[in-house]
Structures are given as C-alpha cells and as structure tokens.
Design a protein around this ligand. Sequence first.
Ligand code: UD1
Length: 359
Amino acid sequence: MKLLTIVGARPQFIKACMLSKAFKKHPQMEEIIIHTGQHYDYNMSDVFFKQLNLPEADYNLGAGSGTHGEQTAKMLAELEKLMSSLKPDLIIVYGDTNSTVAGSLAAAKLHIPIAHIESGLRSFNKKMPEEINRIITDHLSDYLFCPTDTAVINLSNEGIRKGVHQTGDIMYDTVTFFKPHALQHSTILKDLALAEQDYYLATIHRAENTDDPVRLKSIFTAFRQLKKNIVIPLHPRTKNKIKEFNLSSLVSSPNIKLADPLNYFDMIALAANANIILTDSGGLQKEAYMLRTPCITLRDETEWLETVEAGWNHLTGADTNTIVNTVKNIQTPQAYPLLFGEGTADKIANILVKEFKKG
Ligand code: UD1
C-alpha cells in the first residue's frame, strides 16, 4: 500500500514522526514523504526532521512564503502533478495549515482517499485561516482521526459521521517518546541562565495577534509588567511584525528574553520547567497540559476546550490587564484527567492497515 504523507509546517513534522515509526511495523505500508516547503528555515524545518528521526522528505516542493492564495496555489499545482504520477492509495494530511488544505484538495479531485490527522477541531471563528483549512479538509476526508470527543461531536454536527475515529492525540505520543531525552540532554535552561520553575515561556505567531498592532502591543505590554523572566522564541512572522509596527522598544525589557525559534528538545525542556506557558499556539496549549504546566491562551477562543474545563488552560485574549491578572492568580489544579489518549499512532496505523486489507 502506497501512502503519501504531506507535511510543510513545524507542528506537522512533530506529528508525522510518530506515525512514520508506526508504519515501519507494517512492511506492506510504503510511505512517501512530501514536504511542501511552507516552512523552510533550518530551525523551522530541518532540525525537526533530524531530532525526531523523521525520514528525509522524498520530495520538497519549495512553496515558501506568500499570500494564502499564492502559497496554497503553488502547493496545489505541484501536488496534483506528483499525485498523478505517484498514484498513491492514500494521502495523509495533518492539522490545519495551507499545506493540509492543498494536499486534500489535490487528492480529492484525483479521487485519492484522504486521511486527516487531528480532525474535527473547530474554533468557530472563520476569520482564522486555520479554521477554513480544517473545515474544507474534514469535508473532503475519508478517514478522520479525532484527538478528542469534542472533535467527534463537531464533525457529527456538520453531518460527518462516516470514517470518524477517536484515536487520541498523536502529539501526546511524540511528547511521551522524546521527553526523557529532551530533559536529559537539553542545555537550554543553562544557556539562557534560567532556573527551573522560575520563568515564563511564551510564543505568539497567530495572524490574529501578529498582524493586529493593537493586540500585539497589548500582549507585549502585559509581558513587560510580569515579575519574572519571560522567554519568547520568536516565530519569523512575529519578528517581522515587531519591526513593521515599530515595537522594538516596547519589546526590549529586562525581563523579556527573545530567542530564535527553538528545536523540539529545547522547547520541551523549557515547557516542562516553566511556571506558566503563555501562547496562541494550538500545539503548545496541548504540550503544556501534557507536561503539567499551567497555560494561558492569548486568544479569544480555543479548539482545546477540555484543557480549559480541566482548569489547566485560561483564555485571556490579548487584553493587557486580563493577562497580568491571570498570571498573578493562576493555580496549579490538583486533578489531572487523561484527555489525550495513548498509543495514537499505532491505533491510526492499525485502522488503516485493516481498512486497506478489506480492499
Ligand atoms: C503556519 C500555519 C499555522 C501553524 C504554523 C506553525 C497556515 C495558514 N498557518 O503559520 O496553522 O500553526 O504554521 O508554525 O498554514 N517564515 C520564515 N521562515 C520559515 C517559515 C515562515 O521566515 O521557515 C515567515 C515568512 O515570512 C512567512 C511567515 O513566516 O510569510 C508566516 O509563515 P506561514 O507559512 O505563512 O504561516 P505560519 O505563520 O508559520
């Protein structure tokens, strides 16, 4: 069985590595990896392939940056050509990026079955490009692998009930597998002169925050008021916007430690040892929970409602006072329900093997 895995952005490398490992247990599963080139900097892409032992991509489409239309169109055109010549039995897409929607659109029109990993998530905010990408991908997919019960309900509410599987969250597999190595080998705390449980970790990259100067300013104003060091590995988009909106002096404060994008092991080590994580990333909200670090989500809504309901995640939006007060009053909950399942990659691989045996 020929599988075409399509990845392009940082979180997709983190998810795909575990499924690749799971497929290796089934010799009949031949996996071909296509990198769309959406993320291309060494520290946004290559370093993850290396650390996570993800096999090198068989093809790189070099799509690079651009407007949503340009970026998606470039990928779509190249993917259609490749899929037509490779003739896979199934394509696998992850999450909600432009690479995801380009892969599923190309496959659907060539009548190639689609498996969507991290299916059924909704923010109910169509201003987010990710929400549009998810909705389209879910409606085109044949196998929908949901990380949570909420995701299954979301799909059912849109009339999607066939091919839906609640398999848990594949990122939990990755964190569980690599955490011991990361904690043992990462030197990031020492490198940044940080003590365990004595700093905050933040990431900001969502267009709704980075592309709106009012929100970006409001978030950094809050960060300046915090009483501890706050480490911020800057996504290239955020770095560009800080320059564009002339926020460099606001961002330079003795407690704000800006860093380049970090590799997976350093990120896990920092996330595990932080007092609080402040983020607009979907993946980091989950990793915070998986590593038992309280989280503040700098958005007005989240796809990961379970973490909020469990008391580990707090939605603040971008309002300065709300962020500062939430940091002051945050508590680590006693209860820690298992939200994300276990052995997700093996479950997905087994389902696909069985389905394709049926013919
Ligand atoms: C994308 C996804 C988002 C995901 C995120 C993970 C979409 C619509 N968004 O957002 O869902 O959470 O990846 O990081 O697909 N850039 C570089 N070097 C790189 C990559 C990007 O400099 O290696 C810069 C470029 O200036 C680019 C900007 O970052 O224009 C944004 O990159 P893009 O791929 O458009 O989306 P992300 O913001 O990374």
